[in-house]
Structure formats: C-alpha cells, structure tokens
Design a protein around this ligand. Structure first.
Ligand code: FAD
Length: 303
C-alpha cells in the first residue's frame, strides 16, 4: 500500500524544524528514522499532511556524556547507541534494551529518541527511559521545556509533547558505583516487540538495596513503574525469597482497562494470536524476577 499524499520539509536546524511545525499546524508530523511512521503511513494508520524531517539537521545525532548524564540527540540511531562503548559503560540498561529492538537494519535507521517519542506501550526504550528516570528536552517555537519520563507517557502512542514540539534530546543518568542494571523480555520471536519486558536499575551498599527502580512494558497502555515491587526491595537484603516477593508484587494495582485490553490491541500486526492480559502479567512478573536477579549480580549484591 502507498502512503497518503503529504508534503515533505527538510529541517535545517532544531529551531527551524520547530518553526515549521508551528507554521504548518497540527497536521504536521516529525519524521526521524521512519521505522514506525512510514509503516503507519503505508497502512493508513496516520495521515499527516506534512512531514518535517529531522534527518538532514547536522549535529543532532550526538551521544555524549555531560557531567553525570548521558545525552542522546534526536537523530542518534539505535545502532549507534547499541555499539557505543560509552553507553555500555555509563548506562548499561540502555545498551541492553536497545539490542532487543527489532533487527539490525531497523536499528540502523530507527532513532532512540524517535522510539521514546512514539511511546508504544510494548516497546523497550520507553520502558528503559522510565526506569532510568530519563529527562526529555522538548523544543518549540516558544522555547525549551524539560519533562521527566514519568510525566511524558500519557497513553498508547501519546505523550505530553504537543504537535508543534520536537523532542530534541533525552538525558539518562549515568550509573553510579554499586549500581547494577538489566533488561529482560519475552517475545514470541527474536526481534518482535515483547509480550512483556522489565527494566531494572538498583544500587547495593553494605549488602542492602539502597535504591531501586523498576519499569515494565506490555501490561498497561503505557510503560509503568512497578512501585510495589520497588517497595519490597528498597532497604532489603536481597535473598531469593525477597526477589520472589518483589516479582509477585510487580502487577499489583494494575488491571486490564474496563474498556478492553489496550496493550493487547497495540501489539504489532502478527500472525501469532495476541496473548491476553493475565498471561502478559505473569510474563512481566517473570521478567522482573530475572532482571532483578541479573542486576543484583552485576551490582555485586548478596544473591
Ligand atoms: C519490522 C519492525 C519491527 C520493529 N520492532 C520493534 C521492537 O521490537 N521494539 C521496538 O521498540 N520498536 C520496534 N520497531 C520500531 C522501531 O524501533 C522504530 O525505529 C521506533 O519506534 C521509532 O523510531 P524512528 O526514529 O524510526 O521514528 P519515526 O518512525 O520517524 O517516528 C515515530 C513517531 O515518533 C515521532 N517522533 C520521532 N522522533 C521525534 C522527535 N524527535 N520529536 C517528536 N516526535 C518524534 C514521529 O512524529 C512519529 O509519530 C520496529 C519497527 C519495524 C518496522
């Protein structure tokens, strides 16, 4: 199928792109790697009148350390982040999560920021961004504002970003000493979106978990923090029984929406049957158990 007609605009700078979005109005969309947007156009799931391409903007594909943050620019490719030794050393969860996104040719075109801006409830990078307490910089013709990942996601494919804003960069805190991070997911085939996945970052000191952050995808209409699981682990000496209790608490307070199971509806087109919520919740609990166990080992924890 061919995409509906649209006009194409090359961004010259982030400010120029933001100016175009304002001028062209709400039927204009940002184009980054095109790995989600172009299939959506071809399937007529989106019919923007204008595309504003960030690709031609010079110097927006950076991945760099700024003090205690790793900063990823809007056009940095997923493959660049995947293969960066700095990312692996500074924010290992991001490096591990990005490896699970689709396949190499897609990661070669797709951007980290584009995946977060796209806000799929089953995607790896929004979930990792949430666990990492990432901070997003939104740019519009009015100027710049920053938003924490926790406030950014508002529902399936929806965020607080206005149609005239671009996500110019995303900042991830650098992992400190004693911190272990891990991503775990189950998907029906390697490279598919996960049925459910878990992102964990925890810090161990004197044999106790002093800080922990867990996010899960696939069990709600957006990635969510597993606060009850975090609460079980925070301050605990992590033994097998505690990890088990944390995993069991993962989905407490979560339930399929009254009007249907949104996460199931937005799993990508696949010949395989869409697993139901109860199944995905049990998969999420298993991924939390695995990711916490791995993160503890990496942190030099007590397990
Ligand atoms: C076959 C296939 C399999 C895939 N499997 C997976 C998978 O397993 N896991 C996964 O997470 N993803 C998967 N993807 C999606 C892929 O990761 C995309 O690259 C990603 O979701 C979007 O990034 P992009 O740079 O391509 O953005 P685009 O497709 O260009 O844009 C996506 C959306 O985000 C908006 N957007 C993009 N960048 C910005 C910005 N800087 N500011 C504001 N809005 C912006 C666009 O307007 C659009 O609405 C798959 C894609 C394909 C084609």
């Amino acid at each position: 199928m061919k995409p509906p007609p649209f006009s194409y605009h090359r961004g010259r700078s982030p400010e120029h792109a933001a100016g175009l979005l304002r001028e062209l109005g709400p039927r204009a969309r940002v184009l980054a790697g095109g790995q989600s947007l172009l299939p959506m156009l071809n399937l007529r799931l989106a019919e923007p009148a204008h595309l504003v391409d960030l690709g031609p903007i010079p110097d927006l594909g950076f991945v760099r350390r700024e003090r205690d943050r790793l900063v990823v620019g809007a056009t940095a490719r997923q493959s660049a982040v995947e293969h960066s030794a700095d990312v692996r050393a500074l924010v290992p969860l991001l490096a591990e999560a990005v490896e699970h996104v689709a396949h190499p040719p897609i990661r070669h075109r797709g951007t980290v920021v584009g995946s977060i801006a796209h806000a799929s409830a089953v995607a790896e990078l929004p979930c990792a961004a949430l666990a990492l307490d990432a901070r997003l910089t939104l740019l519009s013709a009015d100027g710049v504002r920053t938003v924490d990942a926790e406030e950014f996601f508002t529902g399936p494919f929806s965020t607080v970003a206005r149609s005239d804003e671009i996500v110019a960069q995303v900042e991830f805190p650098v992992a400190g000493p004693g911190t272990g991070q891990a991503w775990s997911e189950f998907s029906l085939r390697r490279g598919n979106f996960p049925v459910a996945g878990a992102a964990v970052s925890l810090t161990v000191a004197d044999g106790r978990i002093v800080d922990v952050s867990i996010a899960v995808c696939g069990v709600a209409d957006r990635p969510v923090r597993a606060r009850a699981a975090e609460q079980v682990l925070r301050g605990a000496v992590a033994d097998e029984e505690t990890v088990e209790r944390a995993a069991a608490a993962t989905t407490s307070g979560l339930a399929p929406r009254a009007h249907g199971d949104l996460a199931a509806h937005i799993l990508p087109v696949s010949a395989a049957p869409v697993p139901g919520w109860a199944y995905r919740a049990s998969v999420a609990r298993a991924q939390v158990r695995r990711a916490v166990t791995t993160a503890l080992t990496r942190a030099g924890g007590t397990r």
